[in-house]
Ligand binder design. Structure first.
Ligand SMILES: *[C@@H]1O[C@H](CO)[C@@H](O)[C@H](O)[C@H]1NC(C)=O
Length: 217
């Protein structure tokens, strides 16, 4: 690859990991009621004169998410601009993460946010892989905190086979995004061609079909 095209590739990659833009006012309470007729970066604000304390509060994270419907055994409940409209433009998201006994949040990445998580209950094995392919992993006990740097692949596994784990995460984007590596590879719509997956994972076509079925793709 030529030097200059490599430079442009790097620019594109770096462009994806920019933080949310700084707000231009104290707050911009998301207007989630009015049907959206114009589309902007984030959500439009309500008239600031209509701001109330309740726009800055939510009980969304007070109840555990149901982990039964999820094949990996986790449920992420978000405090975001839909239930906490005062968050709009502040570059923040809060997440309550419930993980069933022996449940896993499979390797995934947040393209727009770093994540810091504090374990409230249970026993978690967490880890992330950096861009030199080195793994950083820790076992967390209640009260312990771990940080996943922006854009890097990471996982959270509940080591306890009897009780659920609860961890609370802050992310520095109001729209962090999440991409689970296995689902992105094997359940995208339309599918990634088999030849790409057989070569990428060094497996055969039957393996691809099997993994797709296992993952519901
Ligand atoms: C997460 O939990 C909530 C609250 O129990 C539930 O409504 C939702 O369907 C669950 N999500 C998944 C993916 O199971």
């Amino acid at each position: 690859m030529k030097k200059c095209s490599l430079f442009f590739c790097l620019l594109i990659v770096v462009g994806f990991v920019k933080p949310d833009p700084d707000p231009l006012q104290d707050y911009c309470i998301a207007d989630t009621k009015t049907p959206q007729t114009f589309f902007c970066n984030g959500a439009p604000c309500i008239d600031p004169a209509q701001a109330k304390a309740s726009h800055f509060a939510t009980s969304a994270l007070s109840k555990p998410g149901n982990t039964r419907g999820n094949p990996f055994g986790f449920n992420v409940t978000l405090a975001n601009i839909r239930n906490l409209p005062g968050l709009n433009t502040l570059g923040l998201t809060m997440a309550r993460v419930d993980i069933a006994p022996d449940g896993l949040i499979p390797p995934h990445a947040h393209p727009r946010a770093s994540e810091v998580t504090t374990l409230i209950k249970g026993s978690l094995l967490v880890g992330f892989v950096d861009t030199s392919n080195r793994l950083y992993t820790q076992q967390l006990r209640p009260g312990d905190t771990f940080v996943f740097p922006k854009g890097l692949v990471h996982y959270l596994y509940n080591l306890d086979s009897k009780s659920a784990a609860l961890t609370v995460s802050g992310l520095n984007s109001q729209n962090p995004g999440a991409q689970i590596a296995s689902l992105a590879s094997f359940t995208s719509k339309p599918s990634i061609p088999d030849v790409i997956l057989t070569k990428a994972y060094q497996i055969n076509g039957q393996d691809v079909t099997k993994i797709r079925q296992n993952l519901g793709g």
